[in-house]
Design a protein around this ligand. Structure first.
Ligand SMILES: N[C@@H](CCC(=O)N[C@@H](CS)C(=O)NCC(=O)O)C(=O)O
Length: 214
């Protein structure tokens, strides 16, 4: 019998939640190991793993870092990244577009809101501009989903693209509590995603995040 993979991350959702949800959707057991900043700092100095950043995934195929690489590895291994090259590429496209708005929000908003850099005078305008940036990308993802014409973005089952998008939206919720309703399509997408039986019971019982609920 194959040994279980072990995911190492902090007690938050952050860059690991999508990976956790992939195992959940595939019904595959894994070790969801959560550490603290203090413990990790000590551990990585004593016994450095990969680049010294989390998440890290320990598998029979090796030790992997970089959250989106780990997610793609897990999604491919568990059959959640499409049945052919076109579908796989579509999942990838949604991952990259989502990464783009997560990073944009991080660079323009979280650096002020979470990491102590003083807010600029025109912060309200900056927020509005970030909202437009995100909305443009959500509309494009909508166009991809409409072209596919399935229940979820790429197929009739929840896959990497859906999980990545949902967790990406969650990651931007501090400045934008209404982000799931930025477009009518996202409202519908989030409702479908969160009412999926497995996902619903996970979302109702998952551990709280120790980092601003993120
Ligand atoms: N590009 C990497 C970034 C990883 C990263 O920045 N991880 C942060 C937590 S979200 C971290 O490990 N910080 C603690 C440290 O560097 O010691 C990824 O996507 O996995």
């Amino acid at each position: 019998m194959a040994t279980q993979d072990t995911l190492l991350y902090f007690s938050s959702r952050g860059r690991a939640e999508a990976i956790r949800m992939l195992y959940l959707m595939a019904g595959r057991e894994f070790n969801d190991t959560r550490t603290t900043n203090e413990k990790w700092l000590q551990e990585k100095n004593e016994n450095p793993v990969a680049l010294g950043q989390l998440p890290v995934l320990f598998t029979e195929d090796g030790v992997f870092c970089q959250s989106n690489v780990i997610a793609r590895y897990v999604a491919k291994k568990l059959g959640l990244m499409g049945d052919n090259l076109r579908e796989e590429t579509t999942h990838d496209l949604v991952v990259e577009i989502t990464m783009e708005f997560i990073n944009y929000n991080g660079q323009n908003i979280y650096k002020h809101v979470l990491f102590g850099v003083p807010e600029p005078e025109n912060f309200a305008e900056v927020k509005e501009e970030v909202k437009e940036y995100i909305t443009k990308r959500l509309l494009y993802i909508q166009s991809i989903a409409e072209k596919e014409g399935k229940e979820y973005i790429v197929s009739d089952e929840i896959g990497l693209a859906d999980i990545w998008l949902y967790t990406g939206l969650e990651l931007c919720r501090v400045p934008f509590p209404d982000i799931m309703d930025f477009t009518p399509w996202t409202t519908e997408f989030a409702a479908k995603f969160t009412s999926n039986k497995k996902m619903k019971s996970y979302l109702e019982s998952r551990p709280p995040s120790q980092f601003h609920g993120l």
